[in-house]
Design a protein around this ligand. Sequence first.
Ligand code: COA
Ligand code: AMP
Length: 622
Amino acid sequence: MSSLREVHRASLEDPETFWAEAARELDWVRPWDGVLDERRAPFYRWFQGGLINTCHNALDRHVASGHGDQPALIYDSPITGTKQTFTYAALTDRVSRFAGALAKRGVGKGDRVIIYMPMVPEAVVGMLACARLGAIHSVVFGGFAAAELAKRIDDARPKLILSASCGIEPSRVIPYAPLLREALALAQHEVERCVILQRQQAPAELAAGEESWAEVEAGGEPVPCTPVDATDPLYILYTSGTTGEPKGIVRDNGGHAVALNWTMKNVYGVEPGDTYWAASDVGWVVGHSYIVYGPLLNRCTTILYEGKPVGTPDAGAFWRVVEELNVRVLFTAPTAIRAIKQQDPEGEHARKHDTRGLRALFLAGERCDPATLEWAQGVLKVPVIDHWWQTETGWAVASNCLGIERLPVKPGSPTRPVPGWDVRVLDDEGQPASPGTIGNIVARLPLPPGALPTLWSAENRYREAYLDEFPGYYKTADAGMIDEDGYVFVMSRTDDVINVAGHRLSTGAMEEVLAGHSAVAECAVVGVSDELKGQRPMAFVVLKSGAPESAVADETKTMVRDKIGPIASLKSVHVVERLPKTRSGKILRKTLRSIMDGQEWKTPPTIEDATVLDDFVKLTKT
Ligand code: COA
Ligand code: AMP
C-alpha cells in the first residue's frame, strides 16, 4: 500500500493521470477530451468534452451490475416513528418516474429546481430526479425563513419548487406552506409551479399553482438519464458569505462524481455494500456529498435520519441506529457529539448498544475541540477523525485518509492535506508562513475535481471572494497553521462567517436585519464561544438618540429568527453607547469577539460598566 505522502505527491505532480484513473471507475456516455482544461485559468474545468449522468452513476449503474436488491437508502425517522428501506432498484424506479413527471411539467436540462424540504426520502428523490434530467437542483435548508428562501429564488430563478407541507422539530410541527408562499410573494422571480409533499402531521390546503406530490409522482412515466457535459452544473448550494447575499456554490457533474466516489474508499475507507451514515441534513453540503451522492456513487447503503442526536428518544439515539443498521462509518458535526456528551457524560447509552460494527467516526463542519474528540474515542473505541472542508470544496481538504494510510491523531488537527489539495499558509502579504505560524490557509490552483468552479451567475464575485487576494491560490477564509509534521490546524474564520451548531451563518446578514429596527443606529454581531453549539451570535447595538431601550433586545432577537430562521437565534443583545472602531470608522469586530469570548454577561452592559469597560475605553480613545 502506498503511503499518504506518496499518493499526495502523485496527485499534485500529475493531477491529470491521478484523476483520470479515478474517473475510469464511473460510467461515461462519452469520454473526456481533456482531463484538466486550463484555457480560462484561473477558471479551471475538469473532464471537458466528457458526457456523463450523475443519477445513472449513483443508481442505474448499480442495478445494471446486479445490485438492484441491495438497500440504497434507509429512512429512519424516530421523530415520526417511521422506517423505510429503498433498494437500488426501487429508488431507481421512483426517481425515474418522478423525473418523468417533472419532464412532463417542462423541467429539462439546465432548468433550476429549488428543493425546500425536511429530511424525507422525497427530498433525495427530487435531487436525483433533477440530476437524471440534467436539471440543476438547489436545496434550501428547512430551517431558513421565507426571506432567505426568497433570496435564493431570485438568484437561482427556478422553474419549479419542490416542498412539503411541514417539517417536524421535537418541540413543534412547522407548516412550510406559509413560509413558501411568503417567499414567493417576496421574490421578484415568478415560479411556474410548486409540488407539495403532503405529510400527515400537517397537510396543507393546496393553492393555485400547487400540486400534490403523490399525484404528480403517480402520473410520471419512467425516463432515461439525460447525458450532460461533465462541466454542466449538477447543483447550486447557497452558503453564507460576508454580506447578506448568499453565495451560490456551483457543483459540476463530472468532477464532482469522480471526486466523491474517490473519497468514499480513500478518505472514509468504505467499500461498496457498506452502510455509511452522515447524520446531517440534505440542506447542507455534508448532506449533498455524504447523505446522497458519495455513498450512492460508491454503492453504499446510505441513511436518511430525521431526528436529533438527543431526546429522540434519548442520548442513545445515534448508537441505536449504528447498531440496528450496522453502520460502518458515521459522520456528524462535533456539536451533535457535544449534545450527546452533555446528556450522557459517562457514555452509558452507548454501552447499551452494540456498536462494534462501527469502524470510524468522522467529524466536520466546525472546529472540533479535543475534549469532544477524546470523549467520543473513549466511548466508541474507534478512530475519531476530525476532517476539515467547506461548502465550496465539496469534500475534505484535510483529513486522516483511512483508505490510504491511517496516521496518528493529533487532537485539534484535521490531520494532513488530502490528495488533490495543495494546502499552504500565507501571511497577509502573501508570503509563506513558517511551520507553526498562524496565517491564511489557502489552496494552490487548480483546485481538484469536485471543488467549486464558480459562483452561480456571479463570476466576478467568485474571483473577488476567493482568488484575488492571493493570486494563484484559493482563499479558504480560514486562519490556521501547518506544523512541522505537515498537520493542518484550523483556528478560525478570517471573515464574518460563524458556525453555530454546525450551521454556517453570516454575521453580516444578521447585522442587516438589526439595522432594520427603527431604534437601531449602529450594530455589530460577532460569534462568541458556546459550550454546546461551538459559537453563537451576540449582538451589540447603539440606539438612535432618544430611542427607548426597553424592548429592543427582544424585538431584534425575534426579527433575526423571523428573517433568517430559528437556527440564527441571537445568544444576547447588548445595548451599548459606542462600538469600538478604528480611526477610519471601521468596527473592530475581531476585538469585540476576543473581548467577549467566553464571557457570560448577566446584565446588559453599557460602556460604563462590565469588565469590558477598560478595553472599550482604550479602544475608543485610539
Ligand atoms: N427546520 C426548522 N427549524 C429548525 C430546523 C429545521 N430543519 N433545524 C433546526 N431548527 C430550529 C430548532 O428547532 C431550534 O429552534 P428553537 O430555537 O425554537 O428551539 C433552532 O432552529 C436552533 O436549532 P439548533 O441550533 O440546531 O439547535 P437544536 O437545539 O435544535 O439542536 C443540536 C442542537 C446540537 C442537537 C443540533 O444542532 C444538531 O444536531 N447539530 C448537528 C448539526 C449538523 O447536522 N450540521 C450539519 C453539518 S455536519
Ligand atoms: P461549511 O461551508 O458550512 O461546511 O463551513 C465551512 C467552515 O466550517 C470552514 O471554513 C471552517 O471555518 C469550519 N470548519 C469545517 N470543518 C472544520 C474542522 N474540521 N475544523 C475547523 N473548522 C472547520
